[in-house]
Design a protein around this ligand. Structure first.
Ligand code: F6R
Length: 245
């Protein structure tokens, strides 16, 4: 059982995402030279909005921090509007004072096994990550670690599952080709972080959340790997928590 996971049941999506942004603010205040791990996806959009607002209001500084993206679509250049590099640039990096050279992301357009290995080497050089934000897939993936992924896996290229392709189709315009492969931090890479914050909102995540928290660890539920980590906060809105007793 995932007894070590700290579960926070909040009422609204806004409360859950504000709580997530607060934990990043706290981290950067406590340690300005923090190594930060950022996720993308719909869940994280209000988090970055809230983080940017807090940054401006509290006059925080990310000048000494280093940031790493969790994953990227293979084939998409950082300038591609559906790339995760573009997402983080537009929603976060361009609004804060983090130096350009302190932002790391895997380049999807040149992604190879070697690039994935280099990304892992950079993570190991600057890491461990002080705070890693995570969303969760409806199939309980974390980053692009689909069901069946090894819990010791490191950065690598992966084939996206049908479930992920279906869930993410909404982010691609109908006339653009949807990427079917990813370059991702592995589960083992994620577990090296000192503090992990997983945010889930909405009914569509309720089953994945129940399986992650209530079931035994299993390769069929990648997020259950987090049960082995000593410092995980799980932030949920009412709908995502609806299958927890
Ligand atoms: C994104 C990522 C994914 C998403 C997950 C949830 O960087 O690694 O694991 O966190 O697919 O996506 P949304 O929030 O769009 O439901």
């Amino acid at each position: 059982m995932g007894t070590r996971l700290r579960i926070h049941k909040l009422t609204t999506k806004k409360q859950a995402s504000d709580a997530c942004a607060y934990l990043v603010c706290k981290q950067i205040i406590d340690k300005p030279s923090s190594v930060l791990g950022f996720a993308t996806g719909g869940t994280m959009e209000p988090v970055y909005k809230s983080l940017v607002a807090e940054y401006k209001q509290r006059k925080l500084s990310f000048a000494e921090s280093v940031a790493f993206s969790l994953d990227e679509y293979v084939g998409l250049a950082p300038e591609h509007p559906q790339s995760f590099a573009y997402y983080l640039q537009k929603r976060l990096y361009q609004h804060i004072d983090i130096p350009k050279q302190s932002i790391y992301f895997p380049k999807g357009d040149i992604a190879t096994d070697d690039i994935a290995q280099q990304y892992q080497q950079n993570l190991d050089k600057y890491g461990p990550i002080d705070i890693q934000l995570l969303g969760i897939g409806v199939n309980a993936h974390i980053a692009f670690n689909e069901p069946g992924s090894d819990f010791n896996s490191l950065c690598r290229l992966v084939q996206l599952s049908t479930s992920t392709l279906t869930s993410n189709a909404k982010y691609f315009e109908s006339n653009t080709m949807q990427a079917s492969k990813g370059i991702t931090m592995g589960i083992g890479s994620i577990l090296k972080a000192k503090h992990i914050v997983l945010l889930a909102v909405g009914q569509s995540k309720a089953e994945a959340i129940r399986d992650m928290i209530c079931n035994e660890q299993s390769l069929s539920c990648p997020a259950s790997a987090l049960q082995s980590h000593p410092n995980v906060d799980v932030l949920l809105d009412k709908d995502a928590a609806s299958l927890l007793s």
